[in-house]
Design a protein around this ligand. Structure first.
Ligand code: ADP
Ligand code: MG
Ligand code: ZN
Length: 626
């Protein structure tokens, strides 16, 4: 059975050509020649209707004289015994008929050659030309049967260094060894130390995995061969494996070098059907080839394989065995310092005004990865150009943050006054609950300027410092803040809108996590009802409890949400005046900054408790208010 599609195409092509030739040959022959008996030929001589005769070893071709009603194109053939040729010639001479021959042009080999081989060769040539152009378009060798078509995967030097990768110090540290190994492999070989053949860069998208791999090659000043796992997906069966073979062959020739396989999960998915469902021959073949190549080559030659993925848990176990990608390098979402460092790296590429303060920008972008931050700096530069500035100023950066976080400002979008009121109360509801609760992040900004990404308004809260642990009280307060938007709608309008869907989803998720993952309820104590398979997967936890328990867990979740909802409503009812005052101001100004907001809150609350002024930074609250 031929798995190879290209081979199939070729078979079809050749069969088609043969059929065509067969038809052509028979049509040509039958249309122009008619076989007659020798006696009939003799009769023709007597009747003098012959113009010319061609004699070959065993056949004569008779071309008749032009005649009315008979096309001159018609020829007659007749068989002739070899011994009869001489007498025939004498006869023709006597009858004064022109003749040609005897020639032995009818030998079967030559005939076969002329009738079959030559046309086939011609068709092959034409086919080559046609397929050749298709091949170029499709970027893979249709006619090359998976042979080495010498595609170059490498760039000689990437030109990137570790300095280009900011905020990934731990990852860099674990890769320094590999750089050193590539610099002088002899040092390691002498002692007999075996370096890992491959390292797997693991982390969320945009954190700089590809960049890091290039930086390793750049630091070591070696060639960099790269291949993306996803590029195998649309390839012909068998091509993936051929490419892998090809890649390693080239790499070995160019050692020392780095082979980088990006998005390796596309080919390295677990082969058992539990993950991903159903087999995929092509992927499996490619994976097998990759495993074979990794086992086959000698790492002392100086070929190091790096691979990147954001879903390590779906990888086939075989890939992670010793001697393969046994070393993992975590490339995580950067923290505050990391973000500042990344911003600094990218700020070098654009003209920045001197008073730009990157720390503030880093503070207002928790959760952003390197790619986002690079994007922000570029966006800020574009804004500066648009506003006719020579250098990027802080304001541009701040606007860029908002663009990246919440989508572009869409000032021309018109909301009805009624909608605007609802959105304003909703957002102030979030903000006010946040301000009145103890364990919450300070409000940084409230706005009702619609964004393209679906949020009609948002309240931005920013933590004062990076947090790694969240307490139960904080989680409950977070939920209360999330529900504050809807609560405000209820308090003010006594009716509710669809605008809280995002809040509801987030609040439910947080409450559920408290119950099932963090052991924060009395009922379930410290029992895990769900386990998070991996933070890099879609983050969806897997339930591991009985249906009954699950139902109880739902109840507990609902209880938390209900309590928080009631609390939010009570708080807003108690502070109804304040809610209205701030909302009116927001409708007026469309955007309120944290300080202004806190001032209003404090003025109102002066007599009662003093709400401490908190200065800003962190999670943003987004709503789709339709
Ligand atoms: P990944 O491969 O992890 O998805 P990339 O390496 O492709 O991410 O990152 C995309 C871009 O984001 C890079 O080209 C770079 O401009 C920027 N970037 C990402 N992480 C960093 C970082 N740690 N330092 C500097 N720039 C970064
Ligand atoms: Mg990448
Ligand atoms: Zn909301």
């Amino acid at each position: 059975m031929f798995q190879n599609k290209k081979f199939k195409y070729l078979v079809y092509y050749v069969a088609g050509v043969m059929a065509l030739l067969l038809i052509l040959n028979s049509v040509l022959k039958s249309a122009r020649t008619e076989h007659i008996k020798y006696s009939a030929f003799e009769k023709m001589i007597e009747e003098k209707t012959i113009k010319e005769v061609q004699i070959t070893d065993n056949q004569i071709v008779i071309i008749p004289k032009e005649q009315e009603g008979v096309s001159q194109k018609i020829k007659y053939t007749s068989n002739i015994e070899k011994t009869n040729v001489r007498p025939l010639i004498d006869k023709l001479k006597a009858a004064d008929i022109n003749y040609d021959g005897p020639i032995s042009n009818n030998d079967p080999i030559k005939g076969f050659f002329v009738n079959w081989i030559l046309p086939i060769l011609m068709f092959m040539l034409i086919g080559r030309i046609i397929f050749g152009s298709v091949e170029k378009k499709m970027g893979s060798g249709v006619m090359s049967f998976g042979k080495n078509n010498a595609k170059i995967y490498g760039e000689n030097e990437t030109g990137k260094t570790f300095d280009d990768v900011a905020g990934q110090d731990e990852a860099k540290e674990s890769l320094v060894e590999i750089v050193d190994f590539l610099h002088n492999p002899d040092k390691y070989v002498e002692i007999g130390a075996k370096l890992p053949k491959g390292a797997l860069l693991v982390g969320p998208p945009g954190t700089g995995k590809t960049l890091l791999a290039k930086a390793v090659a750049g630091e070591a000043k070696v060639a960099f061969f790269s291949l993306s796992g996803s590029s195998f997906v649309e390839m012909f069966v068998g091509m993936g494996a051929a490419r892998v073979r090809d890649l390693f062959k080239q790499a070995e020739e160019k050692a020392p070098c780095i082979v980088f396989i990006d998005e390796i999960d596309a080919i390295g998915k677990s082969r058992d059907s539990a993950v991903g469902g159903g087999g995929n021959d092509e992927r499996e073949q490619t994976l097998n080839q990759l495993l074979a190549e990794m086992d086959g080559f000698d790492s002392s030659k100086g070929v190091v394989i790096l691979a990147a993925t954001n879903r390590p848990e779906v990888l086939d176990k075989a890939l992670l065995r010793p001697g393969r990608f046994d070393r993992r390098v975590i490339v995580d979402t950067p923290d505050l310092k990391g973000r500042e460092a990344i911003l600094k790296v990218h700020a070098k590429e654009v003209k920045m005004s001197d008073d730009v303060e990157l720390e503030g920008i880093a503070k207002s972008t928790p959760g952003a990865v390197g790619a986002d931050l690079a994007n922000m700096v570029n966006e800020a530069a574009l804004l500066a150009v648009k506003k006719g500035r020579k250098a990027v100023i802080q304001e541009d950066l701040e606007e860029a943050v908002e663009i990246i976080i919440a989508g572009k400002e869409k000032k021309d979008r018109i909301m009805s006054d009624k909608e605007k009121r609802i959105v304003a109360f909703h957002e102030v509801g979030h903000a006010l609950v946040a301000a009145l609760l103890k364990h919450t992040d300070p409000v940084h900004k409230i706005t009702i300027i619609p964004r393209t990404m679906g949020a009609l308004g948002y309240t931005m809260q920013l933590p004062e410092e990076e947090k790694y642990l969240v307490s139960k009280e904080e989680m409950i307060d977070q939920i209360t803040v999330m529900l504050g938007g809807r609560a405000a709608e209820e308090v003010e309008f006594n009716s509710i809108s669809t605008g809280a869907s995002n809040d509801i989803e987030k609040a439910t998720q947080t409450a559920r996590n408290m119950v099932t993952i963090y052991g924060m309820t009395e009922r379930f104590d410290m029992m895990a009802l769900e386990s998070v398979s991996s933070r890099y997967l879609d983050g969806r936890p897997i339930r591991n409890c009985s249906d009954n328990t699950a139902a109880l867990a739902d109840e507990e979740t609902l209880k938390i949400i209900k309590e928080a909802h009631d609390k939010a409503i009570n708080m807003l009812e108690e502070n109804r005046e304040l809610l209205t005052a701030i909302s009116e101001r927001l409708i007026d100004k469309e955007t309120l900054m944290g300080e202004e907001f806190m001032e209003m809150v404090n003025n109102f609350k002066n007599s009662e408790e003093v709400v401490e002024e908190k200065v800003s930074i962190g999670k943003d609250e987004e709503d789709t208010m339709v």
